[in-house]
Ligand binder design. Structure first.
Ligand SMILES: Nc1ncnc2c1ncn2[C@@H]1O[C@H](COP(=O)(O)OP(=O)(O)OP(=O)(O)O)[C@@H](O)[C@H]1O
Ligand SMILES: [Mg+2]
Length: 501
């Protein structure tokens, strides 16, 4: 058991970026420490140094007063450190058990893998977490949320003495977050815990200390109970954000119907019908698994439809693939950037222009000036933090990668823009900028579908809210009448015995 983790004047630079600038603070066992800061503040970089992925340029870190310097992740693991990354690291074609025991698969006689033991041991952990899948399931068949849970179980299984979570809840449902928090509370006395998150609610729920970073610098450390949300945000962002939804400049003139769906059917989508007007922001609320993502993927041609019609301006569309949707003027900014959006080894420019390439071709060549302009415009509009558009996408912080994907879809100037959890992993200050961009796009007459699991942003931003539960639309609320309570009641309507209270 370790008691103390100290960072002393840790610095780390990348070409053109000083990611960490003499960061010093101390973390203790028995307290969960939140690490907060804007996108690109240096949080993940610090965890990667602790995990032996990156070497720091100067400074030191000490565990129980002893200096450590891990050359690679293996050394860190052996020293009892588990870091759960922002980007999933599971191997999709292996089973849950194989992923959990990746580093030391129990072997029997002749070095053969003992699958029975492997599965039994993994199943114990799965049960402890109260999850409904089997140890022998392929990871690729699980939802993103469950894949994330596998990642957490893999780290937990090693019984580390230091565990760090980098935005672990970004794709988890409330129930899963609760079970994770229960586990964290239990672990607290046994290990040192670092917790990176952009969600203030969670920080106040689970952490005891807050460490605030800004632009790679340590700003302050406080007991969570002694610091308010506004003060954390002020220290992180450098300004006040009070009443953000009230200060949005919204679209006042909503036009005619741009887009409509009738009786759409697909896996987990049951007879869904709705429409979106020009300049209207339509929120889709519901619990994780309600069928919102599946509905939009079917609309966009990312998944196969089983029936129903999709119309843009009264014209029925035959969308079989995403290309058809894009060509018709529909854009979908996906929920899971890792799986559906990012080309990590390509530049920011390429990542923004990729779906526009066809229209950028002039006389058989890509108009590079136009391409560059498009990328620079996106970087400016979304304040993507990168020294240049030629930077490789994988070098951007998680939140900035998310913004880049958003920039890509805005660049297509669609008639209908579908945003699936667009603010996931985005810091509080940038969230506000994104809300304003969404309102500005609406003002230009774009129809917008906004899926989010965070009720305050749905209630604060949308003109109309459609609620789904178990693949069906259970209700619709106008902006003026919508409240948390009404949305949640509809979101659970089918689960409460189908009465639709
Ligand atoms: N491998 C890398 N190569 C180049 N630059 C990098 C690399 N990793 C991180 N950076 C840069 O270092 C800075 C800090 O990034 P980091 O990922 O630590 O931010 P973060 O606080 O985790 O942000 P987020 O909340 O968006 O995840 C950013 O400017 C980022 O672009
Ligand atoms: Mg990060």
């Amino acid at each position: 058991m370790n008691d103390l983790l100290e960072f002393k004047k840790i610095s780390k630079s990348f070409p053109g970026v000083l990611a960490l600038n003499e960061v010093s603070f101390t973390v203790r066992r028995g307290e969960v420490t939140a690490l907060v800061g804007e996108n690109g503040a240096g949080k993940s970089t610090l965890l990667k140094i602790l995990n032996g992925d990156y070497r720091h340029d100067s400074g030191q870190y000490l565990i129980d007063h002893e200096e450590k310097n891990f050359a690679n992740p293996r050394e860190a693991i052996n020293a009892g450190i588990s870091v759960i990354y922002q980007e999933r690291q599971v191997i999709p074609y292996l089973s849950v058990a194989e992923n959990i025991f990746m580093e030391d698969i129990p072997s029997g006689k002749l070095g053969m893998v003992n699958f029975r033991e492997l599965n039994a041991r993994a199943q114990e952990i799965i049960n402890e977490f109260g999850l409904p899948f089997r140890a022998s399931s392929r990871v690729r068949d699980l939802s993103v949320a469950y894949q994330q849970m596998v990642e957490i179980m893999k780290a937990y299984r090693r019984r580390p003495s230091i565990i760090a979570f980098d935005e672990p809840t970004a794709s988890l449902s409330d129930a899963e977050i609760d079970s994770l928090f229960e586990i964290i509370r239990r672990l607290k006395t046994e290990m040192i815990i670092l917790y990176v998150s952009h969600r203030m609610k969670e920080i106040f729920k689970i952490t005891d200390q807050v460490v605030i970073l800004k632009d790679g610098r340590f700003i302050r450390q406080e007991a969570t109970a002694k610091i308010g949300e506004d003060e954390i945000i002020r220290s992180m962002v450098g300004r006040d954000l009070g009443g953000i939804f009230h200060s949005l400049s919204r679209n006042a003139s909503i036009g005619g119907v741009v887009f409509s769906v009738e009786n759409l059917r697909a896996p987990n989508v049951k007879d869904v019908s709705f429409s979106v007007r020009a300049g209207e922001i339509v929120g889709f609320a519901g619990l994780v698994g309600a069928g919102r993502t599946e509905t939009m993927r079917a609309v966009f041609g990312a998944d196969q439809k089983e029936g129903g019609t999709v119309k843009l301006f009264d014209r029925e569309l035959q969308i079989r693939f995403p290309e058809d949707a894009i060509a018709s003027g529909i854009a979908l900014c996906p929920e899971d950037r890792k799986e559906q959006g990012i080309f990590s080894i390509r530049s920011v420019r390429d990542n923004i222009s990729v779906v526009m390439l066809r229209s950028l071709v002039k006389k058989g060549f890509i108009d590079q000036r136009a391409e560059l302009g498009l990328a620079e415009e996106g970087v400016r509009q979304l304040t993507i933090r990168t020294p240049s558009v030629y930077k490789t996408m994988g070098e951007l912080s998680g939140g900035n990668q998310q913004k880049t994907i958003f920039a890509r879809w805005i660049a297509t100037r669609p008639k209908l823009l579908i945003l699936d959890e667009p603010t996931k992993g985005i810091d509080v200050g940038s969230k506000f900028e994104i809300y304003q961009i969404i309102c500005d796009l609406a003002k230009q007459g774009m129809g917008i579908i906004f899926i989010s699991s965070e009720l305050p942003e749905i209630l604060g931003l949308c003109d109309r809210i459609i609620v789904m539960c178990q693949g069906r639309i259970t209700g619709e609320l106008a902006r003026e009448e919508a409240t948390d309570h009404k949305v949640l009641t509809l979101a659970m309507a089918d689960m409460l015995g189908g009465k639709g209270t």
